[in-house]
Design a protein around this ligand. Sequence first.
Ligand code: ADP
Ligand code: ADP
Length: 226
Amino acid sequence: ELALQFKNVSFHYENEPGKMPILQNLHLSIKEGEFVSIIGPSGSGKSTLFKLITGLEQPTQGDIFLQNKLAFNRLGEVGYMPQQDLLLPWRTIAENAGLPLEIKGMKKREAHRKVLELLEEFGLKGVEDKFPNELSGGMRQRVSFLRTILSGSRVLLLDEPFSALDAITRLTLQEWLLAQWEKRKETILFITHDVNEALFLSDRIFILTETPTCKLEEVSVPLERP
Ligand code: ADP
Ligand code: ADP
């Protein structure tokens, strides 16, 4: 069963019509349960690729299928963690992190317990009543990751989710994510600058090259994780 498919997708931002498309004639097929990393130079269009998958931007040409469906808006069906966190400044950390559970109608107490449990696992014990502007970048990144996980989505789009973490915290979160994925087998698309991180985490790695070449090229990954 395919989780995601790109058929001949091209895209350019509307405010730059004369410029080269950022993404050109891309094809991609991802099966359910695959853990895929996307690497590539800055500005090659990795984040744009995610915006197309969510429907925040629409392809100029070609089609994108999520779980074999063609749709205009897919934000509700994916767990999207953009690079710039979207924490609401007027809500506490616990309220921010628990938002997906609140939306799903989970009981307040139960949602709060779940949030506290994960905050602790992510090394964020004691920050639940603080506000986002009281946290460091790395802490906010973990809260944002937590919230994405709590969406319970079967497809996760993680845009450099661990870039602001120190090496040890990053390793903890990488291992947490792998364990989580082995248990739940979500489909994960993971953008990173760190080739070692891609090798450690994923089944498949794609390199996105810049236009004019613009290719989404799969590289072979050693079968054993390092
Ligand atoms: P990456 O994630 O690989 O660093 P991006 O997808 O963020 O790349 O950006 C790809 C290209 O699109 C860059 O040249 C960037 O300047 C341009 N770009 C990104 N967002 C916009 C936008 N909203 N409007 C116009 N150009 C944009
Ligand atoms: P359930 O028995 O439904 O998994 P939980 O209290 O464990 O109950 O979680 C409730 C919801 O919160 C889940 O349906 C899921 O969407 C989300 N959730 C909780 N923990 C996790 C987790 N570790 N990973 C992903 N989603 C989670």
